[in-house]
Structure formats: structure tokens, C-alpha cells
Design a protein. Structure first.
Length: 157
């Protein structure tokens, strides 16, 4: 059966669940993407189909299965996703924001890659993806939009 397995790349990650529990360990994204060279980005992977995903907690021998709808924030440590940080291309807008999920707060940057007349933070938040990509230096926080209570647009980076 191993010939039917999809090759994956492990990424160091932390998960904060809606109930407040946190897990530290690894996620496994496909080793290739259909839209670009290299492994699938965590943002693409979390926003893709499927309601559940495997997560291998640190010091565990077997993965647990998490429900995406119960994930408040998935944070990726530097590594592969950090390369994407440098990909803010011409025409993209980089906005600094404060994201609140109840009493939790995260700050970072949104890389808005939308047409010129749709580059407001509001436009970006209203995209159909379930998770918002918030870049915070060497970290990428994927925040479940359904649980965002408020976003403050701090301004251009």
C-alpha cells in the first residue's frame, strides 16, 4: 500500500484550538503543488478540501487527527514558508494588521494579491478561503476567519 501514499514534507507547526488547547509538532503537506514548483504551501493546504488532517505532536509516536473547524490558529515556523515571505511582488499590497479572535490578538502583515480596485483589507478578508494568512516575520499564522471578531488596519508596511 505504500505505493499509494502521497509524498509529503513535514513542517514544524503549532495549533491553537477553539477550546484553548495547544499542540506543538508537525503537519505534512504534499511534496508537490499543481500551481507552483515545490511543496504545497501550508496556506493552500489548509484552505483545500478536507475537514480533517493528521498532526504529529512532539514526542508522540502516532499522529492525531484534527478537525479544521476546531483550529483557531495554525502557526508555521520559518523554513519553507519563510521563502514565501520574500515573494511580495510588484502590484501586491502589504498591510500591517491586528487580528482579534475574542481575547486573543495576533499582529502581522497581509500580502494582498488582488486587482487594483480590490486591494482593501476588507476585500482580502472577504475572499472565500477559510483561513487568513497572517505573516509575522519568520512565522505564518493561518487564522480561521469564522472566528475573527475584529481586524484593525494598522497601515502599510
Amino acid at each position: 500500500m505504500s505505493e499509494l501514499r502521497v509524498p509529503t514534507v513535514a513542517m514544524v507547526a503549532g495549533v491553537t484550538c477553539l477550546d484553548g488547547r495547544t499542540f506543538h509538532g508537525r503537519i505534512f503537506v504534499p511534496a508537490s503543488s499543481s500551481t507552483h514548483e515545490g511543496p504545497m504551501r501550508a496556506q493552500e493546504w489548509m484552505n483545500a478540501g478536507g475537514q480533517f488532517f493528521p498532526f504529529l505532536p512532539d514526542e508522540a509516536e502516532a499522529p492525531i487527527i484534527l478537525n479544521k473547524k476546531e483550529v483557531l490558529v495554525l502557526s508555521i515556523e520559518s523554513g519553507l514558508e519563510h521563502e514565501e515571505e520574500a515573494e511580495v511582488e510588484a502590484g501586491q499590497i502589504d498591510r500591517e494588521v491586528l487580528v482579534e479572535c475574542g481575547t486573543r490578538q495576533l499582529t502581522g502583515h497581509l500580502h494582498i494579491d488582488m486587482p487594483p480596485h480590490h486591494q482593501r483589507v476588507l476585500d482580502y478578508l472577504n475572499r472565500p478561503e477559510a483561513f487568513l494568512a497572517l505573516h509575522d516575520g519568520p512565522k505564518l499564522h493561518l487564522v480561521q476567519k469564522h472566528n475573527i471578531t475584529r481586524v484593525l488596519d494598522v497601515g502599510r508596511a
